[in-house]
Design a protein around this ligand. Sequence first.
Ligand code: NDP
Length: 270
Amino acid sequence: MDLYGVMGNPIEHSRSPKIHALFAEQTRQDITYEKIFVPINGFKEAVEQFKQRGGKGLNVTLPFKQDAFDLADSTSEFAKQAGAVNTLTINPSGEIVGENTDGIGLVRDLLVNQKIKIQDKAILLIGAGGAARGVIGPLLKQQPTLLHVTNRTEEKAHELKFLFHQFGSISSSGLSDIPNIKFDIVINATSASLNQNIPAISPTLISPHCFFYDMVYGNELTLFLQWVKGLGAQHYVDGKGMLLEQAAESFFIWRGVRPNTALIKDKVFE
Ligand code: NDP
């Protein structure tokens, strides 16, 4: 059995072991996948120990995505753009390869599962933290007409614009001065819902024709999605699909087979 795992702190809440066990069962892959709690300053040692045990691949979650980027011997284009890694592959030679599948997961959920076209669409991305940073490269690769990044701390939005302007059409602002454009897709990449808050964007941006995506997910409709629904939005979805698709991309990198996420979604979130 090949050994895989997810490292984080905290890690108790992680659904990754369940997701990968279901992927393995579906694709008949002989793997074992562990949940590994790592002390805040112990990431490098934990990866080394995992490697010594013959581990073949790791998912990495908060707060170690940047450490994983620094630790990897080589990294993918999207990982370099994000400055963060959520998937490590340990090659037979011992080389550690880092990838970031978060953005690929979001794009795949939009294109394949939600049937939302990104090319030639105007996107509003709310938030400028690690998750936002990880999805900008893959979103721009789909060639939207514009990707506007807005954030509570305005400077962080401008910083992302500066970092990514060479990859496509991107603009930035604070939450209160978002340009009055007819956005097609609005993505909430803030953690506001987790604290029972809504990012302070103008309700006039919420139009029924828009598609709303909240990266946060839960058993109930997230606060942000409740808010847009109350303002007349008709098309909205939470981040469960992104979670499954980023995991599926990791599984594909490691095993060379792509699991069907639709077949396991209900089991993961039951
Ligand atoms: P970070 O802590 O790096 O960033 C948090 C972001 O949220 C910042 O832009 C912050 O703004 C903003 N924010 C927080 N509270 C508020 C508020 N009350 N009003 C407005 N903005 C606010 O977190 P991540 O970027 O890593 O994650 C963001 C969310 O995405 C998390 O909830 C996470 O669970 C989710 N996520 C989901 C994934 C999935 O697969 N579905 C994958 C990755 C993340 P400021 O800069 O001003 O502080």
